[in-house]
Design a protein around this ligand. Structure first.
Ligand code: ATP
Ligand code: MG
Length: 563
């Protein structure tokens, strides 16, 4: 509970105690609509929304659309959808930074009048050259000491579009010798004759992030402006603008951004994957985008659980992707009904079972939750089992099927393998087995031991389904390693299994339903392609929990024994 907001909660509690901001709490999530949201953004959303909720405050959603060249409506729509899906509710209408362009302009004029801002004619390259380095002070621009009236007039002309792009900028007049490069007369406005998605051609000048962002927060009366660590060096500037303007002054607090192993979290890189066709789109089930994770089968609860488990820290680190997988597995273990599906079918003929008999066997829907009830499974003389559950010449500890070996069919009977039938090329095409009629339900009256329990489906009742097996998109723990992150793409991140056989009940599932394919993993009926005629499932995660293993190793706890 306390970990989920970490040190940020302590700060807010202290501010409340001191009656800072009149005891109010107001947060915001300010995405730039230049891509789809990813799970790093989800962390920021849950943090901002969570803090507001916990303290009875308000939460705003604001499109940070100050850059006219990048924003697109498609991204705005996707962001709104994702934030809603995650369950964050914002106060009033969604905001747009561009709605504040008039006020920003007025504030800039105010700074010029105070002698705190000036119009500079240096070219962008010269400005960079004059800025100096970490070890060397910057050089003042020859235009730095223009008079207030001249600055006002030039700035007005910039606004009217009288100067070509890039020819002039408005800069804050702070300190060219500051050890913090952000304070060396940062640019506030640039000339850019670009059409904006909301303000059209009204503006020929656009504000820079540092100037715009603090004003947006101030106008919305944000109290705690939470951002990622790379903005720590920008905080003095955030504070400088608001102090000079004498307006409502939120507290900027930085936290560590989320990094996950085997995962890339940067809109720019994700965009590259989409544009170059390495994935099917922003919502490819392997993408760490919210839309990709939704299609993959993650729930908002599992993403929230993950974000709360990792908490909020002040130092950057990388979270093990297996924790994320653990969170969805943990939820679905409790909630997902069990289904039998054979991904790679091998036919088994039970020779002593009557030819045209079919019987119904009872199966629990979820051993973790009796209230989910039971269902009946058809059983007959011919069934499918998983091809890898049989080996002709097994190694020592192989407890599944081989010639002469007896195993349990889940919810059904004990069967013993008599022989493997091969085609002329030597491929195994069928197994001949016998069953013990007294072991109905999966237990023999003499309690004799069988080690292996296999899942199966009745051949004549089986429904053919397609399974899409997704795995980690990158096969390097740090995909950034090496020259090009795309060289670390996992060639096995997608495997199509077209001829899987599932129990007949899968026909009743609806797109978006999640199930556990017994012994195989958690799957979701694909929201785009699933139909009753052609059921398509995405693998969310396999069953094996590597995270739980890591934790057990660390804590020395034994695995809970299974009945
Ligand atoms: P990216 O680096 O992926 O391009 P960004 O920071 O440029 O992301 P914005 O749209 O500017 O994307 O981000 C909106 C909010 O989400 C910001 O407050 C930002 O700090 C936060 N955010 C972005 N990435 C992460 C992350 N990995 N972990 C936590 N918060 C993040
Ligand atoms: Mg950004």
């Amino acid at each position: 509970m306390s970990k989920k907001f970490g040190f940020i909660k302590d700060i807010v509690v202290q501010d409340q105690k001191e009656k800072r901001f009149d005891g109010k709490v107001a947060t915001r999530f300010p995405p730039e609509p230049n891509g789809y949201l990813h799970i790093g953004h989800a962390k920021s959303i849950f943090l901002n929304y969570g803090v507001a909720e916990e303290f009875g405050g308000s939460f705003n959603l604001r499109m940070d659309d100050t850059n006219p060249e990048k924003e697109e409506e498609e991204y705005i729509r996707s962001i709104v959808k994702d934030v809603k899906w995650l369950g964050a509710r914002w106060q009033g209408d969604m905001r747009y930074a561009s709605d504040y362009f008039d006020e920003m302009y007025e504030y800039a004029v105010k700074l010029i009048k105070k002698g705190k801002a000036y119009v500079d004619d240096l070219s962008p390259e010269e400005i960079t050259r004059y800025r100096g380095t970490l070890t060397e002070a910057g050089k003042e621009s020859p235009y730095r000491n223009r008079g207030v009236d001249e600055n006002l007039e030039l700035f007005e002309k910039m606004k009217k579009g009288e100067f070509p792009d890039g020819s002039k900028v408005l800069r804050a007049k702070i300190d060219m010798a500051s050890p913090n490069l952000n304070m060396r007369d940062p640019v506030m406005y640039r000339v850019l004759s670009s059409s904006h998605h909301r303000t059209g051609d009204k503006w020929c000048i656009y504000p820079m992030y540092d100037f715009a962002h603090c004003i947006e927060d101030s106008i919305e009366k944000i109290t705690h402006s939470l951002c990622t660590l790379e903005f720590e060096d920008h905080r003095p500037l955030y504070d400088w603008f608001l102090n000079e303007l004498g307006v409502h002054h939120p507290k900027q607090i930085e936290f560590a951004r989320l990094n996950i192993s085997y995962t890339v979290l940067s809109k720019r890189r994700l965009m590259e994957l989409v544009r170059e066709g390495h994935v099917e789109g922003w919502d490819d089930p392997r993408m760490p985008t919210i839309s990709g994770m939704r299609r993959r089968g993650f729930t908002p609860e599992s993403i929230r659980d993950f974000c709360e488990k990792i908490g909020v820290a002040k130092a950057n680190s990388t979270v093990d992707v297996s924790l994320l997988e653990h969170c969805i597995r943990d939820e679905l273990n409790r909630k997902a009904p069990r289904v039998m599906a054979v991904l790679n079918p091998l036919k088994v003929v039970i020779e002593n079972y009557p030819e045209d008999k079919t019987e119904e066997l009872e199966a629990v829907n979820n051993p973790e939750d009796e209230s989910m009830g039971r269902r009946m499974l058809p059983f007959s003389r011919e069934i499918y089992i998983e091809r890898e559950d049989f080996m002709e010449n097994p190694p020592k500890k192989f407890f599944r099927l081989y010639p002469g070996k007896e195993v349990r069919l889940k919810h059904a009977y004990y069967i013993t393998c008599k022989e493997a039938v091969k085609d002329e090329k030597g491929n195994i095409v069928e197994l001949r087995c016998s069953y013990d009629p007294s072991s109905r339900g999966g237990w023999a009256p003499d309690n004799r031991k069988v080690r292996g329990t296999l899942h199966w489906v009745s051949a004549k009742d089986a429904v053919k389904v397609e399974a899409r097996l997704y795995d980690r998109l990158f096969d390097k723990e740090d995909p950034q390693e090496g020259e090009d992150f795309k060289e670390n793409l996992n060639p096995e991140s997608f495997k199509l299994m077209k001829n899987c056989m599932a129990e007949p009940g899968v026909k009743e599932l609806k797109p978006g339903d999640r199930v556990q394919f017994l012994r195989k993993g958690y799957y979701i009926a694909d929201t785009k392609d699933f139909t009753e005629e052609k059921p398509v499932f995405n693998r969310i995660v396999p069953l094996k929990d590597t995270w739980a293993k890591i934790v057990r190793r660390k804590t020395g706890k034994k695995k809970e024994s299974k009945k």
